[in-house]
Write a new protein. Sequence first.
Lengths: 430, 376
Amino acid sequence: MTESNTPAPESTPEQPASSPTADRGEDPRSGSAILRQIVGGDVVISILAIIIALVIGAVLIAFADEDVADSISYVFARPSDFLGSAWSAVSDAYIALFRGAIFDFQADTFNRAVRPITESMTFATPLILAGLGIAVGFRAGLFNIGAQGQIIVGAIVAAYLGFAFDLPPVLHVLLCVLGGALGGALWGFIPGILKARTGANEVIVTIMLNWIAVYLVAYVLTLGKFNASGTGLRSPQIGPNAGYPSLIPDFLVPGNTFRLHWGFVVAILATVFVWWLLERSTIGFEIRAAGANPHAARTAGMSVGRITVLTMVIAGTLAGLAATSQVLVDGGSLTAGVAATYGFDAITVALLGRSKPLGTFIAGLLFGAFQAGGTLMQSVTSTPIDIVFVVQSVIVLLIAAPPLVRAIFRLPDPDASPKKVRATTKEAAA
Amino acid sequence: MRVLKIAAVSAAAVMVLAACGEAPDEETTEGGDNAATETDDVAEDTEAAGPDNSDFKACMISDAGGFDDQSFNQAAHSGLTAARDSLGITIADAESNSDAEFAPNIDAMVQQDCNFVIGAGFLLEDAIQAAAEANPDTNFGLVDSGFSDENFAPVEIENAKPILFNTSEAAFLAGYLAAGMTETDKVATFGGLPIPSVQIFMDGFSDGINKYNEDNGTAVELLGWDKEAQNGSFANSFDDQSQGAALGEQFISQGADIIMPVAGPVGLGTASVAEGTDTKLIWVDLDGFETTEYGDLILTSVLKEIGSAVEGAITETVEGSFTNEPFVGTLENGGVALAPFHDFEDAVPQELKDKLAEYEEMIISGELVIESPNAP
């Protein structure tokens, strides 16, 4: 908050200066400039985007409701009916969303009351992990759209190691996690090396690799060991020792039915790792330098190609870890839909999190909560779960268009913020 | 500022437009109120007339297709709403957008005290099974699949009822009909995915053709399915119509003049290439004459009454006679059937119709049993 407020007054005198214009004149054409703008946006915009999206969601909920539709025909004769039914539709839906995502105050048992928050964390785990992968790519100036494919390939490897072998506890799950990470890393390495060696556009390559992964999993599911059911739709279940153990032990919450598992801890560790990587390590410095200005980075003696490959491998590894959180659960197996839409949702999560590790973590939790809450909202109030997707999509839309949010809330334009100007000067110097 | 102005103008426009509708508002209001009361009355009447089971809650979870897929999920859901209307029960439903949502959706249903939770489709098997084991006081149903353990051996679960269809019986009749109607002595079929609930159609179809050959000494050939080897043509999809078109073209060029696509909307692709040729189609699941725009191509349909089976299972549960024995739709109980010939009513020789009626009798009486490795 303070960050965003302080630059505003300082920026005013600098507005007539030519630097923002120069900035606009040369950079916006390149993808990295757009990325920088997205990454450079502030927390306030994110929060405001969420609020606007929830308001738009409320309007849609109201209009999707039958009582509201009935009462709107005589809204002038008796507006109280319309307002009352609209209010109850919206509040019921959002209360259900809260009950499903955070805390169910209507539950009979303590276990059921706190279960929603654990569900949110369960849903958030793959989003956080894959989102971190996307975020690392963004920081290096790479549009990695390939998390979906990386998740699928990670899932294939993790599932295979899970059901084909029978190993002691701990060892087995570690092997599967490692395998999943490697599978994702492989699928990240391909676009990385293609970009580094041939300059192939990573957006196009990763999108194509997504489709290859989609058809690969459909094919793999028809092969020998994967197809024990004979249906070609589902692999055998993973072994009893291959799944992540439950995170919350029975003695803490007796008789709990939580699905939350150690995958969430992996997500936390990954967040810390990515923070360390980006902010404290030499590689991270190189990644950020390549993202800010690849020419300058090259001039400074960095191998941009090596950084590109490394970044994509790290991104793929994180997406592969996201896959393990889906496959390595109790009774988990490989299906064609194993990746759901996590790979694409992760892009949203990374955008909302401003490609910062902590931001991505929080954004992942938020989207996880939407997922968990949307499930209950749908079943209790029969509000279509699509409303949740609308809310999520509006958030992305607004984040991609900060001027719109600023216009709605009349925030000052931070284009001329000192940080930006300083960056441009530095680039110019380089 | 500009945004505000636009907002103000739009708001004004809305007010003006709405005000235009204000005049008839008074009447509408009264009408609306009356209508509302009437509807209430009607609702009460139905409840008074029919059984009042509003304390019974039946719930359904879709697979990723959603309840508006014009196919499987929609048929299952129509059974749920039919049960609400006929039994006066309360219902709830939830659509799954991905496999990861099956378990949470089922859990949400159990938590809101559903008495009977139905999963639509094979893919929900694991999730329904796990929920049934965890919630022994709730009854579960699963459409189109039985339950199996981790080695895919079939198991029975105390409180879960599979709803299955012996579609080979109706498909047998369709095969007999197709063999009798073909002019090129070649008919074809293909499936969506190689799963039992699809292959069983193809098995019955194959048997029907063989029976016709046996009876008449003909040599009608079936393309796209080898019952012995359980091997044939598949679109590997339930929604990619281009696959249906490609397979259709292939079969037509091989000389087939009757095709039975067992792949939901994929068959529409086949219909689009069959249009303008002499090729006829046999539709599946629903009566394609009514549900598709290719009615003039559709010789008949192999009906799978998912809706009425779901309704039947709910009725049974409401009446307190729930069992975990699978419901199997057959010709006898009307769970499967051969649709009318519609446009081809006159084209089908009376002799063939008699023969079909005769075989239907024999299947119902158990005299003729259609064997299939995919039979429930």
